[in-house]
Ligand binder design. Structure first.
Ligand SMILES: [Cu+2]
Length: 127
């Protein structure tokens, strides 16, 4: 068995510190991941860590109202990937509502703010 080298130990220590920081940040977000009360058919929150609070949404075909809330520090938008339609856009701490007309099917909803789309993708099932 080889003894751990100082560099490896340092890397381990850095990883441990980062994990602790991530856990600490994640815990603080819990209170605001629930969408506010709204009459919208679909309600979703864009989180500060560039994730949706929910990645599987469902709605009835026709005119669908969407309430989009920005958690607190970052702008987000709600775009139907297939049609490139921007349904709603929110500023930090605010909720925006918009509507989109969709036939039954499965759609991908994304946030197209630069750098967000990779992690902010979800499925909207229209029945
Ligand atoms: Cu975003």
């Amino acid at each position: 068995m080889t003894l751990p080298r100082p560099a490896a130990l340092r890397a381990l220590a850095v990883t441990t510190v980062l994990s602790v920081l991530l856990v600490a940040c994640g815990g603080g977000n819990d209170a605001v991941t629930t969408p506010p009360d709204t009459d919208a058919d679909v309600s979703v929150v864009g989180l500060d860590n560039l994730q949706w609070n929910e990645t599987a949404l469902e709605a009835e075909a026709g005119e669908i109202s969407v309430a989009l809330t920005c958690e607190g520090g970052v702008n987000h938008n709600f775009v139907i990937d297939e049609t490139d339609e921007v349904v709603a856009e929110c500023a930090p701490g605010e909720t925006d509502e918009g509507t989109v007309e969709l036939d039954a099917g499965q759609y991908t909803f994304v946030c197209t703010i630069p750098g967000h789309e990779r992690s902010m993708r979800g499925t909207l099932t229209v029945n």
